[in-house]
Design a binder for this molecule. Structure first.
Ligand SMILES: NC(=O)c1ccc[n+]([C@@H]2O[C@H](COP(=O)([O-])OP(=O)(O)OC[C@H]3O[C@@H](n4cnc5c(N)ncnc54)[C@H](OP(=O)(O)O)[C@@H]3O)[C@@H](O)[C@H]2O)c1
Length: 411
């Protein structure tokens, strides 16, 4: 192994794609400034891609490894080997952390090194740092996040232009906000991985991607959004992680928000995270959620932090049960025959399950009518039971549509 010059800090770079190449350029651009700030001069010790570099050789020559390859293998193996060799690791890989987090956090803990991952959730928005440092002593009750820029771009376009889901997706692809295969984004899976990571931090409890139920935006219609506007609501793909009855619920769903909720104004491809804790009420952080230079900036921030080791190590996870049936307000949209008594019958069934209606919009549609309503918070199982009963009524014309409503506004 060649001896590194005194005062140098060597970074092994795994992956040189969109983020890796942007990180490499930014590190070179900021080398002098970082040396002035930290007293060590960072430099790239070696680069690994599918066609160049040798991992073992790069590992040996590095003080810290930056993993920007993506995917779970061989990223997991390389990160484990780096941690095992006593090297700090910085990664932007949400798939890796949401599926193998406990193994990796454990290895970092045992080896007394840092595993940093600010860029894995919400790009450059410093949600990880704020949760693990600024709010380290706060009791976090709930985290809501718009953690996928592609879906927020699509929903914003549908809301602002009345476009269909298909047209808004096409527009996102043309402008580079959605990939040719957008499945992981629009299905909610990408957001679920990020919420598993945020939940681990917020509640110090192990949460695997497989334990996060998710629902995407593929089935939402321009009509849902138009009706919701009449009810004063705006539609987002929301990740939620919250404490409930001594347990923990983590999920991703489309949800309506009232205008005064801090996430309601997050538009286009931006990401945002709202953290609620009794001591602070709420904090909302927002900004660009992706992009090479933006993500690279978060990665470099982690590298600089790792150059000055903190005195503490991450604590092992607590064992909190995962709660499936959670209370929420709901939006319900039904097409019914336009005849007297229909609304009263729907209201009666809802009432039998303990569901009370907050607001209703009714519109005629030839011989039929459309009912769009918002119900006050109730257990999801009770609301779904009422909707199943309503679906069987002879005057109901189409399958009822149900979307969650987040009714906090923090005013
Ligand atoms: N793009 C964003 O805006 C963004 C935002 C936040 C987080 N992230 C995360 O950042 C990471 C990197 O994303 P990216 O968009 O930069 O990906 P990318 O453009 O596809 O680049 C991946 C890089 O990793 C290399 N690589 C992949 N598999 C490899 C293997 N088995 N062995 C060696 N090298 C391998 C590729 O090598 P070749 O060059 O030889 O193909 C390429 O250089 C991912 O975890 C992603 O989720 C990305």
């Amino acid at each position: 192994m060649s001896e590194a010059p005194a005062g140098s800090f060597r970074v092994g770079l795994l992956g040189h794609g969109t983020v890796g190449a942007a990180f490499h350029s930014l590190l070179e651009e900021r080398t002098d400034a970082i040396e002035r700030e930290v007293g060590l001069r960072p430099g790239v010790a070696g680069v690994l891609t599918r066609s160049r570099g040798d991992f073992a050789d790069i590992l040996e020559r590095s003080d810290l490894v930056v993993e920007l390859m993506g995917g779970t293998e061989p990223a997991r193996e390389y990160v484990m080997r780096a941690l095992g060799a006593g090297k700090h690791v910085v990664t932007a890989n949400k798939q890796l952390l949401s599926q193998h987090g406990e193994e990796l956090y454990g290895a970092a803990y045992e080896n007394g090194v840092q595993l940093r991952f600010e860029a894995a959730v919400a790009g450059v928005v410093p949600a990880i740092r704020v949760m693990s440092e600024t709010l380290a002593a706060a009791h976090i009750e709930r985290v809501h996040g718009i953690v996928n820029g592609t879906t927020n771009f699509i929903l914003t376009a549908m809301e602002e232009t009345g476009a269909s889901y298909e047209d808004a997706l096409k527009q996102a692809q043309e402008l580079g906000f959605a990939e040719a295969d957008p499945s992981d984004d629009v299905s909610g899976k990408d957001a679920a991985a990020k919420m598993a990571i945020l939940a681990r931090l917020a509640f110090n409890a192990a949460v695997h991607l497989d334990e996060v139920p998710y629902e995407g935006i593929e089935r939402l219609t321009a009509e849902d959004i138009a009706y919701a506007k009449d009810l004063g609501l705006s539609l987002k793909l929301i990740g939620t992680a919250e404490r409930i009855d001594g347990g923990l619920a983590v999920s991703v769903h489309p949800a309506f928000l009232y205008g005064a909720h801090p996430l309601a104004s997050v538009r286009g491809s931006f990401n945002a995270v709202t953290i609620e804790s009794p001591a602070i009420t709420e904090i909302t952080l927002s900004g660009p959620g992706a992009g090479g230079p933006q993500t690279a900036s978060a990665v470099l921030g982690d590298v600089v932090s790792a150059m000055i080791p903190p005195p503490t190590l991450p604590a092992p996870a607590e064992d909190l049960p995962l709660v499936q049936d959670v209370e929420s307000a709901f939006y319900l949209h039904i097409e019914v025959a336009d005849r007297p008594g229909v609304l009263a019958q729907v209201a009666e069934i809802l009432g039998l399950q303990g569901v009370s209606i907050k607001s209703v919009v009714q519109k005629g549609l030839g011989e039929d009518a459309r009912l769009a309503m918002v119900a006050h918070p109730v257990l999801e199982s009770k609301f779904r039971a009422a909707v199943e009963m309503i679906e069987r009524l002879d005057f109901v014309r189409t399958k009822p549509r149900v979307i969650r409503v987040i009714d906090e506004t923090f005013e």
